[in-house]
Design a protein around this ligand. Structure first.
Ligand SMILES: Nc1ncnc2c1ncn2[C@@H]1O[C@H](COP(=O)(O)OP(=O)(O)O)[C@@H](O)[C@H]1O
Ligand SMILES: [Mg+2]
Length: 455
C-alpha cells in the first residue's frame, strides 16, 4: 500500500486518505478538487521553521521560540519591538493558504477573533503578510495548551470545573457574536501562566450570518469531538460547540474520551448512534457533573444546553452542588500580568443558612432576596421577553434581561457571575469577568441597582 506523509505533521497515512489521521490536516488537495494531485509519496521536508531571532512584519516582531503547531499554522513566541511586549505569531502554513478558500478562511479567523473581546478568548492585535504567508499577531498565552496539560497529569475535579466554566464563558462570547467555533478540543484551549483558560483557533469557525465560506463537503473539526450533525455534514450551530465541550468535559473528568474507535467512520457511527457510558464521569466527579455532560452529549441538538452561556451556568450549579467552586480567588488577574505571590484567600466563617442578598437602591430597596437551591439570578423585567423561572426581576432599564447570578458556596461565601450583562456586573467598581467572590460589605452594581451580601 502506498503511503502519504502529512504535509503538516509528517505522520504516514494510507495514500487513499484525504485527511491526516493524526492532526486532521488535508493530505495535499482534497479529492473533491483533484484527486491525488500535488501529494507527496516521499517523506516531506518538515515545514520550514523560522529561525530564532528572525524579524518579521517590517522589522517589528523578533521570533524567540516555537510555541506550538497545528494543522493550519505554526505559532511562535515573539517580541513586539515597537510596543516592547511579548506576543504570539501564528504563521499560516502555505499549503493551507493554497487551498480553495484557504486565504479567505485564514482571514476569517482574524476577523472573527477581532470581533471578540473576552477574557476567555485569545485576543488578536493585528495581521500582516510575510513572503506570501499570512501572520496573525495574537495575545501571548504562556501556560501551554490544555491537551499538553492533560497529558502531564490528571486535572483535579475542582480545577476541571473552573476550566469548563471558563471555556463555556468563552464560547458564550462567540455564540453572542453569532460565531460557531466548530473545533473545541483541548489543543485549542490555551492556559495562561496562572492556568486561566482561553479559547483559541477560530480557523474553522463559522459565521452564522455570512454562511459558508468553507468549501461544501469539506470536513472541519476533529472527529473525536464532533457532534452527530457535524459528522453527518449537516448545518452546525452553537449547540455543536456545546457537544464538543461535553466531550472535553468527559475527557477531563474521566481521563478518557467517551468514544475511542479505530477509524473516523467508526467514530462517526458511535457519535451519531451510541449512548456514551457516563459511569466513569459519575465515579470521578459525581452525578451532578455527569448530568451536565449527559445533556451536553445529547444526540439531538435541541436536547442539549442551547449555548455557552447556559452551559456555563450549568457548570456553576453542578460545581456548587458537588461542593466545588468555579470562581478563582478574588482579584486573580485573568491574564498573565506580573507574577507575584497569589493573594491569601480571605477567611470567612461559614454563615448560617438563610443568608440572602440585600437590595440597597431602586424600587426594591430594603428587600432581602433569598437563594433558591444555592442560586439567585437577577435581571430586568421585560414583558416581551417574558420571565424566566427562579429569577428575581427588577424595573431597572440599565439592567440586562439576564444580568448576573449569585451562587452560595458551601463555605458560606458568595460568588457572583456576570451573565453576559451589556454594561457588566461590578464589585466595588471593579468589573467582574466570569465570576468573583463578593467580600462582606462590598457593593455589587447591576445596572442602576446596588446590592450587597446580607450581613
Ligand atoms: N496565542 C497563543 N499563545 C501561546 N500559544 C499559542 C497561541 N496560539 C496558539 N498557540 C499554540 O499553538 C498551537 C496551535 O495553535 P492553533 O491556533 O490551534 O493552530 P491550528 O489552527 O494550526 O490548529 C496551540 O495548541 C498552542 O499550543
Ligand atoms: Mg488548533
Amino acid at each position: 500500500m502506498q503511503a502519504v506523509a502529512c504535509p503538516s505533521c509528517q505522520h504516514w497515512n494510507p495514500a487513499a486518505d484525504a485527511w491526516c489521521a493524526r492532526c486532521s490536516a488535508p493530505l495535499g488537495r482534497a479529492p473533491a478538487d483533484n484527486a491525488d494531485a500535488g501529494r507527496a509519496t516521499q517523506p516531506l521536508a518538515p515545514p520550514k521553521e523560522l529561525a530564532l531571532g528572525a524579524v518579521l512584519g517590517a522589522g517589528r516582531y523578533r521570533i524567540s521560540g516555537l510555541l506550538g503547531s497545528g494543522a493550519a499554522g505554526d505559532v511562535y513566541r515573539a517580541e513586539d519591538l515597537r510596543l516592547l511586549r511579548q506576543v504570539a505569531l501564528k504563521v499560516m502554513h502555505l499549503h493551507v493558504l493554497a487551498q480553495v478558500n484557504g486565504r479567505a478562511r485564514a482571514l476569517q479567523e482574524a476577523t472573527a477573533l477581532a470581533l471578540i473581546d473576552h477574557p476567555h478568548v485569545v485576543r488578536i492585535f493585528d495581521r500582516f503578510d510575510e513572503e506570501g504567508r499570512l501572520v496573525l499577531v495574537l495575545e501571548l498565552v504562556s501556560g501551554g495548551n490544555l491537551a499538553d496539560r492533560m497529558a502531564q497529569r490528571r486535572v483535579p475535579p475542582n480545577d476541571a470545573y473552573v476550566l469548563l466554566h471558563e471555556i463555556a464563558l468563552g464560547l458564550s462570547a462567540l455564540h453572542a457574536a453569532s460565531l460557531v467555533h466548530r473545533d473545541v478540543k483541548p489543543a485549542n484551549v490555551l492556559l495562561s501562566a496562572r492556568g486561566v483558560a482561553k479559547l483559541a483557533d477560530l480557523g474553522v469557525a463559522q459565521d452564522g450570518r455570512a454562511r459558508r465560506i468553507t468549501r461544501l463537503g469539506a470536513r472541519f473539526g476533529t472527529p473525536e469531538y464532533m457532534a452527530p450533525e457535524q459528522h453527518r455534514g449537516e448545518d452546525v450551530d452553537a449547540r455543536t460547540d456545546v457537544y464538543a465541550a461535553g466531550v472535553l468535559a468527559y475527557e477531563l473528568f474521566a481521563g478518557q474520551l467517551p468514544f475511542v474507535r479505530a477509524s473516523e467512520h467508526d467514530l462517526a457511527v458511535a457519535h451519531i448512534g451510541e449512548a456514551p457510558d457516563l459511569a466513569p464521569v459519575v465515579a470521578a466527579a459525581g452525578p451532578e457533573c455527569a448530568e451536565v455532560v449527559r445533556r451536553a452529549l445529547a444526540k439531538l441538538p435541541e436536547e442539549r444546553w442551547p449555548g455557552g452561556a447556559s452551559l456555563a451556568s450549568a457548570w456553576a450549579v453542578a460545581a456548587q452542588r458537588a461542593g466545588h467552586a468555579v470562581a478563582r480567588q478574588p482579584n486573580t488577574p485573568l491574564d498573565d500580568g506580573p507574577l507575584g505571590p497569589a493573594p491569601a484567600p480571605a477567611v470567612v466563617a461559614p454563615r448560617a443558612d438563610g443568608i440572602g442578598i440585600d437590595v440597597l437602591t431602586g424600587p426594591r430597596a430594603g428587600q432581602r432576596l433569598a437563594f433558591e437551591g444555592g442560586r439567585l439570578s437577577i435581571g430586568r423585567r421585560d414583558d416581551e421577553l417574558g420571565s424566566a423561572l427562579g429569577r428575581v426581576e427588577f424595573d431597572d432599564p440599565a439592567m440586562s434581561w439576564a444580568h448576573c447570578t449569585f451562587v452560595l458556596q458551601p463555605d458560606g461565601r458568595v460568588v457572583v457571575y456576570d451573565d453576559g450583562a451589556l454594561n457588566g456586573t461590578w464589585i466595588d467598581g471593579v468589573r467582574v469577568h466570569g465570576g468573583a467572590w463578593v467580600p462582606a460589605g462590598a457593593v455589587v452594581a447591576a445596572g442602576r441597582t446596588r446590592l450587597a451580601v446580607a450581613a
